[in-house]
Design a protein around this ligand. Structure first.
Ligand SMILES: Cc1cc2nc3c(=O)[nH]c(=O)nc-3n(C[C@H](O)[C@H](O)[C@H](O)COP(=O)(O)O)c2cc1C
Length: 227
């Protein structure tokens, strides 16, 4: 299995979302899931912001693109190829001003590509191409935005991620949201991290079962072909 692992926190060693995404991959290993990682830190290799040249090139039919347009799209093409080659996607990020870090938004702008990560059906509807990938979002939040909290309605991060990746074919992404962290007392913070780790344990077990079931199916199919 190939996992694309993307971190998006401006913080490094002090980052909770980075620590939680590392924890999740360790848990998967403990569950004996065999995988390789394609790692991207979008705060280091930040995809370029949308430019006028990109906006024109991306909506020009592939067979009509000039050499300059192809060059403009090259980095985005490469990123889409990485995403499509992955079997699973693990995205970790903090909430910044109620939504996602701008570096992760640049990533979304770079990988939402007509003809690559979404195509069109005969009736003109769009068909997202990431339907096969397992997807997990790990987010960290300073405040508590869970149901019933006064900040609940401020969560512009979860809906934005669901919409952007739903369009690309991701129908049932997992979410593990660590909250409240920075703006809570030490006990509540520790509890939030413990809760998040518990949820990550459950997702790791679930992924391990799904991978093992898929492996079993593949072996049965192979056996049936031999017989
Ligand atoms: C620039 C900035 C903006 C933030 N905005 C919010 C916010 O709108 N809501 C919130 O709950 N926390 C907010 N926080 C707090 C972070 O989401 C929180 O500290 C989180 O744990 C950071 O994740 P990290 O440790 O992976 O960097 C903000 C933090 C920073 C640095």
């Amino acid at each position: 299995m190939r996992i694309m692992h993307v971190d998006a926190s401006a913080k490094r060693e002090r980052s909770n979302s980075r620590a939680l995404s590392r924890y999740f991959l360790e848990r998967l290993r403990e569950e004996r899931v065999e995988f390789e990682v394609d790692y991207l830190d979008v705060t280091v290799d930040t995809p370029p912001h949308v430019t006028e040249a990109f906006a024109i090139a991306t909506y020009t039919a592939a067979n009509e693109r000039t050499a300059a347009m192809k060059a403009t799209l090259a980095a985005s093409d490469a990123l889409c190829a990485r995403l499509l080659a992955a079997d699973a996607l693990v995205f970790a990020m903090p909430m910044y001003n109620w939504s996602m870090p701008s570096a992760f938004k640049a990533f979304i702008d770079s990988v939402t590509r007509t003809g690559l990560t979404y195509t069109f059906a005969d009736d003109g509807s769009t068909v997202g191409q990431l339907g096969r990938q397992k997807v997990l979002f790990i987010t960290s939040r300073g405040a508590d935005l869970r149901a019933g909290s006064p900040y609940e309605s401020m969560d512009a991060l979860t809906p934005a991620l669901k919409a952007a990746f739903g369009f690309l074919g991701v129908s049932a992404p997992g979410f593990v949201d660590a909250q409240p962290l920075q703006f809570a007392n030490p006990e509540a913070r520790a509890e939030a991290l413990e809760r998040a780790r518990g949820e990550l344990d459950a997702v790791a077990t679930q992924w391990a079962k799904a991978v093992s079931a898929a492996h079993g199916d593949a072996q049965q199919l192979q056996q049936a072909c031999v017989e």
